[in-house]
Unconditional design. Structure first.
Lengths: 520, 194
């Protein structure tokens, strides 16, 4: 039995869990966060400014020697993946929420853009998002700090794309372009995804959780790997059981409400592991829908050299990583598939020169060819929306357990005809845009790769075909909520984190009200 | 006051001491002693981990031919042979490939020139490698046919040389002119005519 009962226990401390816990604490709710990893000091623990040659094998470890965290496949650490994300922050549009209504493909979300819009705005105001007001139908504007200027190579691509009638816009990121909220502006050191040690880039531990601790309403259980959400015979969740990451000793924390926010696949896995008399197939899974409709983004890529920069002097332009984006432009074009794609570019820093392997020849001419191309290297990473299909799902491998004795989650991904059509078209468009910008193409990836895990515990209005209702609340168990990428009924082509954070703020609001009214 | 430090204060800018964020301005500066120029290259093992002395000699010659010294240091000065030996020592597959590949190389040069690879003159060495490189470049570009050992071996040598060199201090900073990992008060907007 748990020693202590909180109003709400949130499992996970990343973009969703961190935002949600902070919003609840600020609303006066007694909240506990159960995080599988250690507390990390963003300022000192990451190898933020290391160069590859500081290590004999030239591989830069994520953490400084002796510092824990991010050493497992599960991004464990207070702040989750926001510590190492790239901070791209788009609002989804009405078309993203209503794919089925618009074109009969995918699934509608159980609410509209206008229902989430106030929460997008709340997040933008409290974390700081920079970007341009572009007035696009498929990419709603928000409340932004000024955008960061484009790189020279971005402008060359923008000009090439314009010849094809395709727009290139400033990227929008939850990274400050101006000092605000007691955080400094980005200073363009180029190490965003190695852990921003001044917190110009948003992370949930420093921006949401640290200030929320001051309310006295927030309690942290770090190094606590959740293994079960406990449900009573009265069909209410009563708390969370966890294992201490170091000692493996079991602990339990009691709750009036439990929110599962441990990053899509891990959230699904935790519910599947939580088997009980009432729910032998996983908690809140009377519909059998848990794990289904797994719809991670698929991405491809084109690497190229922009000819006008070959042999030119290099510039210090890796700061803030990618500065520009090709937003979805297919919704209004004739095509033989449903849904769309967007193209991210240039989000690697200039310390990675793996492409040098692919330059032909050897000797002096080879060395010169690499040097000449160094300032001209550019990558396109298109992201496409995957439609749900019966062969794409998450399940548990009960035969294989991790170091805690917990079953491993299995990702089963199979692409449908529509997915392949998007993949081929986004690859073709990427090549076409780059060639229009005067590119020498180096490589084109021919196989989709998954990124941004989404789906598996989707929201919906029908309890037979979804796990949660439109408030991220279990259809089966009233005081159980799930908030993260797993709840997305459809993926959109856009990076999902801003939507997760807005959903977290919206759900926190709903839970705080429900508790106040005694309805939960 | 260092320039880095001045820039940092400019960036931290308007943040007052009474802000809601629980860190002082000094802490906000994090680990920012970027000082790229001060960072030394880590020492590589002084003795070979896997390769024998003659093998090491051949690997060093290969690396030197793939990325020679020009007005900037080449693979040798960048410590690439020791890096290659380290990488090989950690992979069974590479151990087999490189041992057999090096043996092939000497057999081939003995057959054609009656001498092991390292004893040939530079022109002879290059003429042995050129056909291997052409073949490796073709398959890298997407042609896939079963590949002879020596082509696979050359590709591995070229890959390891490129990896080792362009992640070295000499390769990344002196040769390529890497300028990042610094503090900029503002991102320099493009001034080119496009």
């Amino acid at each position: 039995m748990a020693d202590k009962i909180f109003d709400v226990v949130v499992v996970g401390s990343g973009a969703s869990g961190g935002t949600l816990a902070a919003h609840l604490a600020r609303a006066g709710v007694n909240v506990a966060v159960v995080e599988g990893g250690p507390k990390i000091n963003t300022r000192t623990d990451f190898n933020t400014h290391a160069m590859p040659f500081e290590f004999p094998n030239r591989h830069i470890p994520t953490m400084k020697p002796g510092k824990q965290g991010f050493d497992s496949e599960r991004s464990r650490g207070l702040g989750g993946k926001t510590l190492t994300w790239n901070a791209v922050a788009w609002r989804y549009s009405q078309r993203d929420f209503k794919g089925r209504s618009f074109e009969g493909a995918g699934e509608d979300w159980p609410f509209e853009y206008k229902d989430l819009a106030p929460y997008y705005e709340k997040i933008e105001r409290e974390v700081g998002v920079c970007g341009n007001l572009d007035g696009l139908e498929d990419l709603p504007d928000g409340v932004f700090q000024p955008p960061v200027p484009m790189k020279c190579t971005d402008i060359a691509v923008r000009n090439g794309a314009a010849k094809l009638g395709v727009k290139v816009i400033h990227v929008r990121k939850a990274t400050l372009s101006r000092a605000a909220h007691g955080r400094p502006a980005c200073h363009f050191c180029g190490n965003c995804m190695a852990g921003c040690d001044v917190v110009a880039k948003y992370n949930s531990a420093d921006v949401h959780l640290a200030p929320a601790l001051k309310t006295g309403k927030l309690t942290m259980f770090t190094d606590s790997v959740a293994r079960e959400v406990v449900v009573s015979n009265e069909n209410r969740v009563t708390g969370v059981r966890f294992l201490n990451r170091n000692t493996k000793r079991e602990g339990e924390v009691g709750a009036r409400v439990v929110v599962v926010s441990c990053a899509c696949v891990q959230s699904v896995a935790l519910l599947m592991m939580s088997r009980s008399r009432l729910y032998p197939n996983g908690l809140g899974n009377s519909s059998g829908q848990l794990g289904r409709h797994f719809i991670p983004h698929f991405t491809g890529g084109v690497q190229c050299f922009l000819k006008e920069f070959i042999g030119k002097p290099g510039t210090n332009d890796e700061g803030y990583l990618d500065h520009a984006y090709v937003p979805s432009f297919m919704h209004n074009r004739k095509r033989d598939y449903a849904r769309s794609f967007g193209i991210q570019f240039n989000y690697q820093n200039r310390r990675a020169v793996g492409w040098a392997r692919s330059i032909p020849g050897f000797g002096r001419s080879y060395k010169q060819a690499v040097k000449d191309r160094y300032p001209a290297f550019l990558t396109f990473s298109p992201y496409g929306e995957m439609l749900p299909n019966p062969k794409s799902f998450v399940d548990l491998d009960w035969e294989k357990s991790d170091s805690y004795g917990l079953p491993m989650a299995r990702r089963n991904v199979s692409y449908s005809e529509n997915d392949w059509k998007i993949f081929r078209d986004m690859t073709e468009w990427s090549r076409r845009i780059l060639e229009s910008a005067g590119a020498e193409i180096l490589s084109v990836s021919e196989e989709p790769r998954t990124n941004h895990e989404l789906g598996g515990c989707r929201m919906g209005t029908d309890a037979k075909t979804s796990v949660l209702n439109g408030n991220c609340q279990s259809h089966d168990v009233k005081n159980l909520f799930v908030v993260d990428g797993s709840v997305f009924p459809s993926a959109s082509e856009k990076n999902p984190t801003h939507t997760m954070m807005a959903l977290a703020a919206r759900t926190a609001h709903y839970i705080a009200n429900g508790l106040r009214k005694g309805e939960l | 006051m260092s320039e880095d430090r001045r820039d940092a204060l400019k960036i931290i800018g308007s943040i007052g001491a009474t802000c809601a964020f629980p860190f002082s301005a000094d802490e906000l500066y994090g680990q920012h002693s970027h000082g790229l120029t001060a960072v030394a290259q880590a020492a590589l093992p002084s003795k070979p981990q896997f390769l024998t002395a003659p093998e090491m000699k051949a690997v060093a010659r290969l690396a030197d031919l793939i990325i020679p010294a020009t007005d900037t240091p080449g693979a040798l000065a960048a410590g690439v042979p020791a890096y290659i030996d380290l990488v090989i020592s950690r992979s069974r597959g590479l151990q087999k490939l490189c041992r057999e590949g090096l043996a092939w190389l000497n057999q081939e040069t003995t057959r054609v020139h009656a001498r092991p690879f390292v004893e040939l003159n530079e022109q002879q060495q290059i003429s042995v490698l050129e056909p291997l490189c052409k073949r490796a470049d073709r398959t890298s570009a997407g042609e896939s046919s079963p590949e002879p050992l020596e082509v696979e071996f050359f590709r591995a040598m070229k890959n390891m040389t490129a990896d080792g060199y362009f992640t070295s201090r000499a390769g990344l900073i002196e040769e390529l002119g890497y300028q990042g990992n610094t503090v900029l008060a503002e991102f320099p907007a493009c001034t080119h005519e496009h």
